[in-house]
Design a protein around this ligand. Sequence first.
Ligand SMILES: [Zn+2]
Ligand SMILES: [Zn+2]
Length: 247
Amino acid sequence: MVFDKKKWDKEYYQKNKEKIKAQKKEYRQKNKERINEYARKNYQENKERRKAQKKEYYQENIEKIKAQKKEYYQETIEERKEYARKNYQENIEKIKTQKKEYYQENKEKIKEYQEKNKERRKEYARKNYQENKERRKAQKKEYKQKIKESIYNHYSNGVIECACCGEKEIDFLSLDHIYNNGGKHRKKTGGSFRILLWAIKNNFPPIFQVLCMNCNFSKGKRGNNGKCIHQIRREEKEKRKQEENQP
Ligand SMILES: [Zn+2]
Ligand SMILES: [Zn+2]
């Protein structure tokens, strides 16, 4: 049989495991300083090389790394926003004081930086304003739509439609002054949306109804005496019916 050194080593290690470990530990304890010194020297000597390696790796994989970073950023965007919001709310006073202190301490530096980056800052502000303009517009529209809906809902008893013809498209509907004094009233409150706010503020007085634009317009037409043409026709029909029924 040939002597198998590897096998022998392995067996020896298994048999003397604890002893070997203890010896190693003891050696490390005794030579602590020397080992540390060696590690330090090794680190210093290879520092530049490792740095270069890292840089090279980064250069070679720049697209991949960027994509990963972007993906991570996108995936955690809501999480981070939520965290920032919560953190801000919880530490609002502390953050304000810190900001103030930081500004006072670095006033000159900040001013210098701002002056240096004037054009860039302007450009950023302009872009930011433009980007948020659309968002703000959409928010405003949504807010107005909600107010409108809740008021129409109240004045049409839960089913939003024209009180005269039954038109249901909210875009065609408006709040009508039942007693035809809208012009006078609007002069006091201001435009059509202000009337809505006025109605809320005054606890939904029973002076309004929901009408579509056609019925509203017809009702306001001179000669119709404050009645929509639908209403006039309905009354005419009713009258004829009564006349026919009379002997
Ligand atoms: Zn109508
Ligand atoms: Zn009508």
